[in-house]
Design a protein around this ligand. Structure first.
Ligand SMILES: [Zn+2]
Length: 114
């Protein structure tokens, strides 16, 4: 599962941060996962639940995932539609071709440690 290696990357980042700031416990982690990243949020959460429990640093950490919707730009009239999934057709001109726009990044927004 692709998400597992992403979670491993995140945990590595958390360990590094904890070392840098002399912290022993991660309370919460807030991530933004771009709509075009291809990451399945549920799988990411699932992977985090499993891997984080293995380590004292992240055992009680709460993962908060923010996933902004993608924007689909209509090829016909240029209208932008915000949606979780590619729309079937444009409300304005019935065009069925869209170009998805949005972030494909995973961004660590905030970490709370103690
Ligand atoms: Zn249109």
């Amino acid at each position: 599962m692709h998400e597992m290696s992403l979670v491993q990357g995140l945990l590595g980042q958390l360990h590094k941060l904890a070392r840098e700031h002399n912290k022993e416990k991660v309370i919460s982690v807030c991530m933004e996962i771009g709509p075009l990243s291809g990451v399945v949020i549920d799988s990411f959460q699932f992977g985090f639940d499993i891997l984080a429990k293995d380590e004292a640093l992240t055992r009680d950490a709460k993962l908060i995932i923010d996933s902004p919707p993608a924007t689909y730009r209509c090829f016909g009239c240029g209208m932008e539609i915000k949606a979780e999934q590619r729309p079937e057709s444009c409300l304005h001109c019935s065009e069925t071709l869209f170009s998805p726009e949005g972030s494909d990044d995973l961004v660590l927004l905030r970490v709370e440690m103690e």
